[in-house]
Design a protein around this ligand. Structure first.
Ligand SMILES: [Zn+2]
Length: 262
């Protein structure tokens, strides 16, 4: 994917999650956001309370990965107390998804039932910008070497000569693809199929974790297709108008394209 790969660091995680998890399955959190990025809340049970965060049995909170920030939101207890969640991260050692509480938040205990709810306005902006970066990947030639998403802007770094990049052209093409309102659909590919299509992987620094059976792809019909496990909007029209804020020189053969919502 475009950034898929890179933004898709998460993608790989996804592929693993569906095929063969690298960690004990009973300890894993069900990742509801993978199948439906529009889920804003879910009922869940507290599994663990660690110093660094709260582990649930299932969640709608996307954890920071692949350039997309972790979600913020709240966990509401049955007695009405609400625990603010400042960020969501994944513990690389154990694979646990950690809901990081705000300082001074009420406490939870294993077994507590909660309603887990994300800050939807913020997440939806991440979804719009993430999808926009897939479009950027389709418009700009060259390998993706890095990327980052925020609620108001996003950027991708490309291994490309500066002469190949025209700010006005990129902006016009992005907005054309937004206006054309292409469907955005997750799909799956087997390891063998992916190995036969190395051009699907746009990121130089990250290789898809084959060996797990299959990998998730993000398909923007006729525009972009690449591995990605992030959250996206359903149609490109939902992104809305964008501007190319700047193109920066980040070293020899490395150009950073920064996009903002108009
Ligand atoms: Zn993506």
């Amino acid at each position: 994917m475009l950034a898929a790969s890179n933004i898709g660091g998460s993608v790989w995680v996804l592929g693993r999650a569906r095929a063969a998890r690298p960690f004990a399955s009973e300890a894993m959190t069900e990742e509801l956001f993978r199948d439906d990025g529009y889920l804003r809340s879910c009922e869940a049970t507290v599994r663990e309370v660690r110093p660094e965060g709260i582990v649930l049995d299932r969640t709608v909170f996307y954890y920071e990965s692949g350039g997309q920030p972790g979600d913020s939101g709240r966990l509401a207890r049955a007695d009405g107390a609400s625990i603010g969640i400042a960020d969501t991260k994944r513990d690389k050692a154990t694979g646990a998804i950690l809901h990081v509480p705000q300082a001074g938040a009420a406490t939870l205990a294993p077994g507590d039932k909660v309603l887990a709810e994300i800050d939807w306005e913020r997440r939806h902006r991440h979804m719009r910008m993430h999808t926009c970066l897939h479009l950027l990947c389709a418009v700009v030639p060259g390998q993706v070497t890095g990327g980052q998403i925020a609620a108001d802007k996003g950027r991708l770094d490309f291994a490309v000569d500066a002469a190949a990049l025209d700010k006005a052209h990129i902006e016009a093409e992005l907005n054309r693809l937004v206006r054309e309102d292409h469907p955005v659909t997750p799909t799956w590919i087997t390891d063998d199929e992916l190995n036969g299509k190395p051009d699907l992987v746009r990121t130089m620094s990250v290789k898809p974790p084959t060996g797990m059976g299959k990998v998730r792809l993000l398909d923007i019909s006729g525009v972009d297709l690449q591995p990605c496990g992030g959250t996206h909007v359903r149609r490109t029209g939902e992104i809305g108008p964008v501007v190319v804020a700047k193109i920066e020189n980040k070293g020899k053969q490395n150009r950073r394209v920064v996009v903002q919502f108009a």
